[in-house]
Ligand binder design. Structure first.
Ligand SMILES: C[S@@+](CC[C@H](N)C(=O)[O-])C[C@H]1O[C@@H](n2cnc3c(N)ncnc32)[C@H](O)[C@@H]1O
Length: 442
């Protein structure tokens, strides 16, 4: 280089290229998220903060502890340390408790305002005497808690409420929605935002909740491995993900994790494996090990569509065979007067050749009994190196299982959710990811 040539400008790192595009309307699927470029396994595709959170009150009503106060912070839903300090709400005689004075102050300003506090207190007192048809409605209390949170949002954040209204889902008021509307109306005068308070709005909100709420699970406690939902959240960007019964991404929450900045209720969506540019990125709306009939029933009842994904197209034919087998078994039973074993609707009895998704189940499904979680690699390192450690999005176990011929369960590191590795996973949660959705017009 001669002395007259200008020295090259120091290289400035390129901003991260967005990984997802919002496509506004795919026929029969509505909005969708599509890979804006080739995506590697374990990439953090989205970090989303909740528009609102609300408690799963139906669990509390079921349990013996229904009369005691909740074991989660009423603002951020972190587990409260047993025997440790907690900060009672000053308005409802400590029924609601917080994990810190900061959460108590934030709660009073947004999630646990004086109106929410009063309405939830009355709801707790009313819970044993709900009028019909709510007395036989398994989710009545949680749905009432959702409506309280939603109408509270309409008053404290009209913009947030507009985001909520923009989500998929609408309905005309039917019996249960009307009953919930009048239950909420009876609790305490509802603070109305610009959208008002009406049976039509209530029905529409309930439909949006059904189609878009994410369950945040209780911590895994060993034992049976069965986990219940501690709270539900509405996540506006994550709500754009459509469903696939063999998803290419899955979501994690670290609600009890050591997340800086008070964003422990954020959810993180990571890719499970390579995704080519242009491919739709989908989550599974429930555990991937559910059988065909159960999946179709849930998708139709709660989400209003019939799934035609590749897996369903294959398993649809199994259903007919199963029905035939069931009929044969019933005929045999009638002839022999003996017991006939029923066919498992899931994977039971399948030969490898009948089951083209076998690889997915071996590689990406948690092998821990009764977990049903999906595995994704820990987040890509800063150098974009794909991790060979897989994390389960339900039980949090970490495992190494590159070789599909080995049982990933046997390679399981047997660590409880490892805080160091999870911190590594979270280290790539930079704010730019939040804005990495780009909107395209068709
Ligand atoms: C959480 S929203 C997903 C985003 C939605 N497409 C939108 O436009 O906002 C769930 C709704 O999307 C639609 N949907 C999701 N997955 C689908 C699929 N595999 N096939 C058809 N529709 C689907 C259904 O209407 C479902 O109730």
């Amino acid at each position: 280089m001669s002395s007259s040539e200008a020295a090259p400008a120091p290289a400035t790192p390129l901003p991260p290229q967005p990984s997802l595009q919002v496509v506004p309307n795919i026929p029969r699927r509505g909005r969708a998220l599509v890979a804006a470029r080739a995506i590697k396994p374990g990439e953090v595709l989205l970090v989303d903060s909740p528009l609102l959170l609300y408690p799963n009150l139906d669990v509390a009503a079921d349990s013996a502890s229904s009369s005691s106060s909740s074991s989660y912070c009423a603002h951020c839903y972190r587990t409260l340390p047993s025997g440790g300090p907690s900060f009672p709400c000053l308005g409802c005689s400590g029924h609601a408790r917080f994990c810190s004075d900061t959460c108590r102050t934030l709660g009073a300003a947004c999630s646990h305002t004086p109106w929410v506090c009063r309405a939830l207190s009355i709801l707790h007192a009313t819970a044993p005497h709900l009028p019909p048809p709510l007395d036989h409605h398994p989710e009545a209390l949680s749905q009432a808690a959702f409506l309280i949170a939603a109408y509270n949002l309409s008053a404290i954040s009209p913009d947030g409420f507009v985001d909520l209204l923009s989500l998929q889902g609408g309905a005309t008021p039917e019996h249960a929605a009307l009953a919930l509307h009048f239950l909420v109306a009876s609790l305490s005068p509802v603070p109305t935002g610009p959208a008002g308070f009406s049976p039509e709005l209530t029905a529409s909100l309930l439909a949006k909740d059904k189609m878009n709420a994410f369950g945040l699970m209780e911590p895994a406690t060993g034992g049976t491995g069965e986990r219940r939902v501690r709270a539900y959240g509405i996540y506006p960007k994550a709500s754009f993900f459509n469903h696939d019964c063999l998803p290419n991404a899955c979501r994690f929450d670290y609600i009890d994790g050591a997340v800086v900045g008070g964003r422990n209720a954020d959810i993180v969506v990571r890719s499970i494996h390579d995704i080519p540019e242009g491919r739709e990125v989908c989550l599974s709306y429930f555990p991937v090990n559910w059988g065909y009939k159960e999946r179709q029933r849930r998708l139709l009842e709660d989400y209003g569509f019939t799934c035609e994904c590749d897996r369903c197209m294959v398993e649809k034919t199994w259903k007919d065979e199963e029905d035939e087998l069931e009929e044969e078994a019933m005929d045999d039973e009638e002839m022999e007067g003996g017991e006939a074993g029923g066919e498992d609707e899931g994977m039971g009895g399948m030969e490898d050749g009948d089951f083209p998704h076998a690889y997915f189940f071996m590689r990406y499904m948690c092998q821990r009994e009764s977990c049903g979680g999906t595995l994704a690699p820990l987040a890509l390192s800063a150098q974009s190196v794909v991790s060979d450690v897989m994390e389960c999005n339900v039980c949090g176990r970490l495992s190494r299982g590159d070789d599909p011929d080995t049982d990933p369960g046997s390679a399981c590191l047997q660590l409880e959710a490892n805080p160091i590795l999870i911190e590594c996973g979270l280290s790539s949660l930079r704010d730019p990811v939040m804005s990495s959705l780009v909107y395209v017009s068709m």
